[in-house]
Design a protein around this ligand. Structure first.
Ligand SMILES: Nc1nc2c(ncn2[C@@H]2O[C@H](COP(=O)(O)OP(=O)(O)OP(=O)(O)O)[C@@H](O)[C@H]2O)c(=O)[nH]1
Ligand SMILES: [Mg+2]
Length: 264
């Protein structure tokens, strides 16, 4: 058993490395990644197939062969996006598994949007949502934007496919059936609305006490256009990233980043 665990962990490591390379290439091309996450058996893989057959990409073969859990989709007003299927989450994930998950689920952390798929017909619906939320927290993906997918409406009495919106009119949930295909087009509509945000570009002049940390953060996000250390230890850095990512980062940094913006 111990040997098997070792072998599996080694393979996970290799997968993580390959995915890392893929992510880099995609980030360079500024292609948003949409990750399907959710409790095991929620219907993620079924939905993955549904969505990708609806948005087929002719030249996708090679891509699909390289990694069957990643597919290209075309979203109106957004262009190409990558859809990623992931392993199902479970309650009480053992701690050593969390570590293994962390490697493979980096995709989740760095996704532009998470589609949290739930089985709407499961009586433990809210428990499952909570369990997934806490795993997302554990793998440090809690602040990635999320869209809830209420799946399996074919098993409910009287549930119509629809988009549910928050107070500001932003889609927060889509009611669908991956099995029957009802509501799949609505997912594309919601993707357009959630992803078609604009890119922003900023030039920042960061003081030495912030420069190092922010520099590695920007590198991680792969949004650096140019960077240069000045004689006084300040870092002059140009970044280009989706507006939503910028806002998220600003918030995370206690809203102080804006103070360091300088004009080009
Ligand atoms: N009734 C109904 N069943 C569905 C629907 N979507 C998926 N299923 C069924 O739910 C079961 C699980 O589906 P999967 O797509 O494998 O679920 P998953 O979330 O990928 O599961 P894991 O990969 O194990 O986490 C299968 O038996 C599917 O046929 C749906 O919309 N309606
Ligand atoms: Mg699956």
């Amino acid at each position: 058993m111990r040997d098997r665990v070792k072998a599996i962990l080694r393979r996970l490591d290799k997968v993580a490395k390959q995915r890392e390379q893929g992510r880099r290439a995609r980030a360079r091309a500024e292609v948003p990644t949409v990750s399907l996450v959710g409790y095991t058996n929620a219907g993620k893989s079924t939905l993955f197939n549904r969505i990708t057959e609806a948005g087929v990409y002719a030249a996708d073969q090679l891509f699909a062969t390289l990694d069957p859990t990643l597919r290209r989709i075309e979203v109106e007003d957004v262009g190409t996006a990558i859809l990623a299927d992931t392993v199902g989450f479970i309650r009480h994930l053992p701690h050593d598994l969390v570590a293994a998950f962390k490697a493979t689920l980096q995709e989740t952390q760095e996704a532009s949007l998470l589609l949290h798929v739930v089985d709407a017909s499961d009586e433990r619906l809210s428990d499952n949502i909570e369990a997934v939320d806490s795993v997302l927290e554990e793998i440090e993906a809690a602040d990635v934007p999320r869209l809830l997918i209420m799946n399996k409406i074919d098993s409910l009495d009287q549930a119509e496919p629809r988009i549910e919106r928050d107070d500001e009119g932003v889609p927060k949930a889509v009611w669908v059936s991956a099995l029957s295909g009802q509501g799949i087009a609505l997912i594309f509509d919601a993707l357009t609305e959630r992803l078609a945000g604009t890119m922003v570009r900023h030039r920042l002049r960061l003081p030495p006490n912030l420069a190092g940390r922010m520099q590695s953060k920007f590198h991680q996000m792969r949004c650096i256009v140019s960077e240069e250390y000045q004689d006084d230890g300040h870092l002059l850095v140009d970044v280009r990233l989706p507006q939503t990512d910028w806002h998220r980062l600003e918030k995370r940094e206690g809203n102080q980043l804006g103070d360091f913006i300088v004009s080009e």
